[in-house]
Design a protein around this ligand. Structure first.
Ligand code: IMP
Ligand code: MG
Length: 182
């Protein structure tokens, strides 16, 4: 097992498994019914996944525009969490087919906020791509599903490939679980 910051990391999804899956996701996205595709990467956690997925999209012949939004979600768990818009997109989304890209779909609060925001602004369609779906964490109160899911993820806290604990571990080329001291 790799050691990072003095901790042992158990690899859950290797760099090569993620790369293979990204190409499959890009093909699935290519089969979707979108004309004027605007990809919106939800920062910060999705930055590596989005960077790889949009290049896989290019490889299958797609030509999206790419934008960024920064959201932060407070109050995890069962209490009603607040989503804060930290940085908005610059583009007018009216009439556009939007593909939101995020790292993890957990309670669904973050992506419900983003989806509703762009629907309110007149997007023609909003679909969602996530690397990991922690479906077990979702209840009936936030009935959001992602159209494109890299992997169904068990209920573990994961790091790497953009995902962090207090801004650490984002640089890992794989997704893993932090175990004890090495
Ligand atoms: P939701 O609003 O509950 O769906 O939360 C999703 C967001 O929580 C993701 O975009 C991540 O930023 C963060 N998150 C959820 N689970 C994890 C994890 O296991 N590791 C790192 N970040 C996580
Ligand atoms: Mg996030």
């Amino acid at each position: 097992m790799p050691t990072v910051r003095g901790k042992t990391i158990e690899v859950m999804y290797s760099a090569s498994a993620i790369a293979r899956r990204n190409l499959e996701l890009a093909r699935e996205i290519g089969e979707g019914d979108h004309e004027d595709l605007l990809v919106i990467s939800v920062l910060k956690g999705s930055f590596i996944f989005a960077a790889d997925l949009i290049r896989a999209m290019h490889d299958v012949g797609l030509e999206p525009e790419v934008e960024f939004i920064m959201l932060s979600t407070y109050g995890k768990g069962t209490t009603a969490g607040q989503v804060k818009l930290v940085r908005d997109v610059d583009s007018d989304v009216k009439g556009r087919d939007i593909l939101l890209i995020d790292d993890i779909l957990e309670s669904g609060r973050t992506l419900t906020y983003a989806r509703d925001l762009f629907i309110e602004r007149g997007a023609k369609s909003v679909s969602v791509a996530v690397l990991l779906d922690k479906r077990v964490k979702r209840d009936q109160q936030t009935p959001i599903d992602a159209e494109y899911v890299g992997f169904e993820c068990p209920d573990h806290f994961v790091v790497g490939y953009g995902m962090d604990v207090a801004h650490a571990f984002r640089e890992l080329p794989f997704v893993g679980i932090v175990k004890g001291d090495a």
